[in-house]
Design a binder for this molecule. Structure first.
Ligand SMILES: NC(=O)c1ccc[n+]([C@@H]2O[C@H](COP(=O)([O-])OP(=O)(O)OC[C@H]3O[C@@H](n4cnc5c(N)ncnc54)[C@H](OP(=O)(O)O)[C@@H]3O)[C@@H](O)[C@H]2O)c1
Length: 241
C-alpha cells in the first residue's frame, strides 16, 4: 500500500487526485489551510484518506506539520495553489505590485518547494513527485500567476536531476481550463467560458478527473522512465513543446 500526500487535496483537482489514489487502495493525506474543508472531504472519501491542515507556503507551518505526515512518502502531489489575483483588488503602487507577485509566488512556487524539501528525506526509492502547473505558464494574460507556474516547471528540472539517483521521478502536469473547482471563484463568465472551450480541439472543459488520471499515470511504474517533463492536459487548447 503506497503512502500519498496531496497538497490542496480538500477541493477541486486535489480532491479528485486523492479520490483516485484511494480508489486504488493507497493511503492518502490531503492538506490545505481550511481544516473544516479538509475534514469534510476526508470523511466523504473514506477510511484511506486523512487530513492535515497547514499553509504550504509558510515554512514554520510546514515544519510543524511534519509530525502528522507519513514517515515514508511514495508519491507527493504538489497541487496546492491558484491565481491569487482572482478576486483581489488591482494592485496600487509598486508596493502593491510586489505584494501581488509575492502572493502568487508564495501560493504556487513556495508551496511546492517547501513541502517537497521538507518531505525529501521521506521520499521512497521508486516514488514520484508530481507538481501541478498551468497552461498559463505557456501563454500570456495572467502575469504573476503564469510566471509562478513557469517557475514551478523550471524548478522541476532541477528536482528531477536531484531525485533521479533514488529512482524517484519528478514531473509536472499543466492543465488547461478545468471546471468544478474553486479556482475561478465568481470570475468565470459565460462568454469567457465559451471562448476557452472554443480554443480546445475537443470542445469541452477539463474535469478534475482528467487531471487526476494523468497524475496517477505519472505516479505509476508505467511512467518510471518519464521524468523532468511537463504533460499538457488541455483538450488541445495549446500544443505542448
Ligand atoms: N481550475 C483550473 O482551470 C486550473 C487550470 C490550471 C491549473 N490549475 C491549478 O490546479 C491546482 C488546483 O486548483 P483547482 O482548480 O483544483 O482549484 P481549488 O479548488 O481552488 O484548489 C486549490 C487548493 O489548494 C489549496 N491551497 C491554496 N493555497 C494553499 C496554501 N498556501 N497552502 C495549502 N493549501 C493551499 C486550497 O485549499 P485552502 O484554501 O483551504 O488552503 C484548495 O484546496 C492549482 O495549483 C491551480 O493553480 C487549475
Amino acid at each position: 500500500m503506497r503512502q500519498i500526500v496531496v497538497t490542496g487535496g480538500g477541493t477541486g483537482i486535489g480532491r479528485a487526485v486523492a479520490e483516485a489514489f484511494a480508489a486504488r487502495g493507497d493511503q492518502v493525506v490531503i492538506t490545505g489551510r481550511r481544516r473544516s474543508v479538509l475534514d469534510r472531504t476526508a470523511a466523504e472519501l473514506g477510511d484511506r484518506v486523512r487530513a492535515v491542515a497547514f499553509d504550504a507556503s509558510d515554512p514554520e507551518q510546514v515544519e510543524a506539520a511534519l509530525a502528522a505526515l507519513p514517515p515514508q512518502v511514495d508519491v507527493l502531489v504538489n497541487n496546492a495553489g491558484g491565481n491569487t489575483d482572482i478576486g483581489a483588488a488591482p494592485p496600487s503602487g509598486l508596493a502593491g505590485v510586489a505584494a501581488a507577485w509575492r502572493a502568487n509566488l508564495d501560493a504556487n512556487v513556495l508551496s511546492a518547494v517547501l513541502v517537497t524539501t521538507a518531505l525529501r528525506p521521506r521520499l521512497a526509492a521508486g516514488g514520484a513527485v508530481v507538481s501541478v502547473s498551468s497552461i498559463a505558464a505557456h501563454r500570456g494574460g495572467s502575469g504573476s500567476y503564469g510566471s509562478a507556474k513557469a517557475a514551478v516547471e523550471a524548478w522541476n528540472l532541477t528536482l528531477a536531476q536531484e531525485l533521479g539517483k533514488d529512482r524517484i521521478t519528478a514531473n509536472v502536469v499543466a492543465p488547461g481550463y478545468v471546471e468544478s473547482t474553486e479556482f475561478f471563484q465568481d470570475a468565470m463568465t459565460p462568454q469567457r467560458r465559451a471562448a476557452l472551450l472554443a480554443q480546445t480541439a475537443n470542445g469541452r472543459a477539463g474535469t478534475p478527473t482528467d487531471i487526476a488520471e494523468t497524475v496517477l499515470f505519472l505516479a505509476s511504474s508505467a511512467a518510471s522512465h518519464l521524468t523532468g517533463q511537463t504533460l499538457h492536459v488541455n483538450g488541445g487548447a495549446l500544443a505542448g513543446r
